[in-house]
Design a protein around this ligand. Structure first.
Ligand SMILES: *Cc1c(COP(=O)(O)O)cnc(C)c1O
Length: 396
């Protein structure tokens, strides 16, 4: 048996997405830049895929740029806005302390080049406050970049409101919507979004492909030089099969968002309820403003890594936070940012569900997580100190 509960790290490709890709590997395999008919058929397919993505996001096809994924989209969006800002002597960027490293590390790079970065507080519930954004905006603010939904704790930000504030102040607003696209209905026009990053492998599409929406009138700079693909903004022969798979997966997930949510939310809520019965455990991120499939909890007196290994031996694929931090011993920057102490942040568990999970799997996970937590605690000297009163519990 295998229960896959790590859909925030990546998702299984859907059959629809796989089937959409296949003809572009050995039948319509031309290079879209070629003038002959084989190339032109690929170019037409590419145009259709671009239109599909645009229709779903509520923008024009010419505002969609295909990239290699979420990381590249984030890098290009931020570097472009920074470069445009610098030309007008604007070198201030606002973001949050809970962004993905694709955003935070790009901002670190810009900081070394003389940009000033303000990171908004995400507070204990993992949500930024629009009035704090408004206060942080300055005449020299070139960009605001706030993720749509957090990849670790699943919190969904008040994007429409944040976008409205940016628009009022004439500041470019980018959102890393990699965790949200395909899971939440998003309309870039209604939500005042200027730039948006998405990645196919988070919604049933292939890995290594993504897109960046850039509102008309905003200058995009290329970070990969070469050919004139993507309106001259992203060189390299288009990954036609992956793009077709992404468009098909996006359409499919979008068409079933309501159905998926009505299955996911009760499973998520049951999982949260069951896990929080474990003594000295706490939910990370707002109870309601969170992704339909996200559960993230901390257990006191537990090493997240040990928990994951035992759960894996019981057939449960989970995560301690983001796939990027696993393997390093640093606790998650997101959990620290929402105020979890180091020792508590180390004992985190993220379960990210898909609509393919079942109620039986949820019950199996609750049972086995409870067993594993008490098993690990029974062997832990830290736990003994807590139980025998030599140390104070941080989580009640
Ligand atoms: C996965 C993820 C990314 C990176 O996307 P890739 O396509 O894997 O490069 C960026 N931001 C968030 C919020 C993510 O969850």
């Amino acid at each position: 048996m295998m229960i896959y509960a790590d859909n925030a790290a990546t998702t299984k490709m859907t059959k629809t997405a796989i089937n959409a890709m296949l003809p572009y590997m050995d039948i319509t395999y031309g290079n879209p830049s070629s003038l002959h008919s084989a190339g032109q058929r690929a170019a037409e397919a590419l145009a259709d895929a671009r239109q599909t993505v645009a229709d779903i996001l509520g923008c024009a096809a010419r505002e969609i740029y295909f990239t290699s994924g979420g990381s590249e989209s984030d890098n290009q969006a931020i570097l472009s806005a920074a470069e445009a800002g610098a030309k007008k002597n604007k070198r201030h960027i606002i973001s949050t302390s809970i962004e993905h490293h694709a955003v935070l590390h790009t901002l670190n790079k810009l900081e070394k080049q003389g940009f000033e970065i303000t990171l908004l507080d995400a507070h204990e519930n993992g949500i930024v406050r629009p009035d704090e954004l408004e206060k942080a905006i300055r005449p020299d603010t070139a960009l605001v970049t706030v993720m749509y939904a957090n990849n670790e704790i699943g919190t969904v930000q008040p994007v429409r409101e944040l976008g409205r504030i940016c628009r009022e102040h004439g500041v470019i607003f980018h959102t890393d919507a990699v965790q949200a696209v395909g899971h939440i209905k998003i309309n870039v026009a209604d939500e005042n979004i200027d730039m948006l990053s998405l990645s196919a492998h988070k919604f049933g599409g292939p890995k290594g492909i993504g897109a960046l929406y850039v509102k008309r009138g905003i200058t995009l700079t290329s970070i990969i030089e070469g050919g004139a693909q993507e309106r001259g903004k992203r060189a390299g022969t288009e990954n036609v099969p992956a793009i077709m798979g992404m468009a098909a997966a996006l359409k499919e997930s979008y068409d079933m968002i309501d159905e998926a949510c009505s299955k996911l939310i009760p499973m998520r809520d049951r999982l949260i309820e069951g896990i929080l019965k474990i003594p000295h455990s706490i939910l990370n991120g707002d109870r309601y403003e969170r992704l339909p499939g996200n559960v993230n909890v901390c257990f006191e007196g537990i090493e997240g890594e040990s928990l994951l290994l035992i759960l894996d031996s019981k057939g449960i694929c989970a995560s301690s936070g983001s796939a990027c931090t696993s393997g390093s011993l640093d606790p998650s920057h997101v959990l620290l940012a929402i105020g979890r102490p180091h020792e508590v942040a180390h004992g985190s568990l993220r379960l990210s569900l898909s609509h393919e999970n079942t109620e039986e799997e949820i019950e199996y996970m609750i049972e086995n997580i409870a067993w594993t937590v008490s098993y690990l605690r029974s062997m832990s000297p830290v736990w003994r100190d807590l139980e025998e009163g030599r140390k104070e519990h941080v989580i009640q």
